[in-house]
Design a protein around this ligand. Structure first.
Ligand SMILES: [Zn+2]
Length: 235
């Protein structure tokens, strides 16, 4: 980031990322976190950490997840509220994976208003289903637990078919990466998220980003999008 004044302004960013599993959202959030130093609040990380710390709301969420149920909207909202009130969020944050439903988005809006920390930009990483299926189902992992290297049949193949370059271990496709499961995951995501897309579009906050390009190109668009949000004062 060449302009230091712009950099300081971007530090106040309060950003929400929407995008299907496999859209590359997590990677982009990590880049942004590294560059802007903002806390990256992903549902998975917050739950894992909260469970490890024995937080009651997170433990309650765990009991839903363990029994194969969705965590209720109210509960997930409480969990995020506990996180968003921490001092590190006062100068910006990146939300990833929450809100997932319209009621969650409405609760988030009310909560952030109360905290005087309204969202500035909402990015929606758009990637065609077929491409997500190709990206995720082509993943191969080394079965050696000490190695865990990840390859991709097309984009990052090992030198020898089925064998890890690093440790010589066997490479296997992950069970939850098979095409049917990925397609089902995408369908559920779309059904849940469609009302959210509409909601943020109506508020004039949504920026759609074409995620079917290189990580660098996608990231450049996100930074430009952030700049335009900041320049117009956000919402
Ligand atoms: Zn290996």
């Amino acid at each position: 980031m060449a302009d230091p004044a712009m950099h300081v302004k971007l530090l106040d960013s309060r950003i929400l990322f929407l995008g299907a599993p496999g859209s590359g959202k997590g990677t982009q959030c990590k880049h942004l976190k590294a560059e802007l130093g903002l806390p990256h609040l992903s549902t998975g990380d917050i739950l894992r950490q909260g469970i490890a710390e024995g937080k009651p709301a997170c433990l309650q969420a765990k009991s839903y997840i363990d029994s194969g149920n969705l965590v209720p909207d109210d509960l997930i909202t409480v969990i995020f509220k506990e996180r968003l009130v921490l001092p590190d969020c006062s100068r910006g944050f990146i939300l990833d994976g929450f809100p997932r439903t319209l009621p969650q988005a409405e609760s988030l809006g009310a909560m952030l208003k109360e905290l005087r920390l309204p969202l500035k930009c909402v990015f929606y990483l758009v990637v065609d289903d077929q491409l997500i299926i190709e990206r995720t189902t082509g993943r191969l992992g080394c079965i050696n637990p000490k190695c865990g290297a990840v390859y991709h049949i097309k984009n990052a193949p090992p030198q020898v078919d089925g064998i890890c370059d690093i440790c010589g271990g066997e490479l296997k496709q992950r069970d939850d990466d098979n095409a049917d499961i990925v397609a089902e995951r995408l369908k559920v995501y779309k059904e849940q998220t469609a009302p959210l897309i509409k909601y943020y579009k109506e508020q004039g906050m949504l920026q759609e980003i074409n995620g079917a390009r290189s990580q660098e190109e996608v990231y450049a668009d996100i930074i430009n999008g952030l700049r335009s949000c900041v320049a117009t004062g956000g919402r």
